[in-house]
Design a binder for this molecule. Structure first.
Ligand SMILES: [Zn+2]
Length: 125
């Protein structure tokens, strides 16, 4: 399968990649769902499309907007953990993440465990 990759560098220096599948559909950077012809970010990556992913419900430029030490990609990762936790770590979802976003789901599970452990011991955050 060939994926088209678009690299965007934000003014804060963060560089991230967006992917499109063969028919031109953009992929959600959180869950790999098709966003059809709506790129979640474009240009200098400063503003998101404000569209909402139908699968993981991320609103690009809003729910994933970085503040403080956060980055867009750290927020995508956090949103991915939250979405998978809510949806129950379905095999099909994990397969999509590996196939389309190149995510190692064993590493992902390990990182998610750490994330939820930390979140649950620091409820103020
Ligand atoms: Zn999504």
């Amino acid at each position: 399968m060939s994926l088209k990759r678009t690299i965007i560098t934000r003014s804060d220096g963060e560089t991230f990649e967006l992917r499109q599948i063969e028919n031109g559909d953009w992929l959600c950077p959180v869950c790999a769902e098709s966003l059809r012809d709506c790129a979640p970010y474009a240009g200098d990556g400063r503003f998101g499309s404000q569209d909402i992913c139908m699968r993981c419900e991320t609103q690009f430029g809003h729910g994933d907007h970085p503040s403080g030490a956060e980055t867009l990609q750290s927020n995508w990762k956090r949103l991915r953990f939250e979405w998978l936790q809510k949806s129950g770590w379905k095999d099909d979802d994990l397969k999509r993440l590996t196939e389309y976003l190149g995510i190692d789901t064993i590493v992902l599970r390990r990182e998610a465990e750490g994330y939820f452990q930390m979140r649950d011991t620091n409820p103020a955050q």
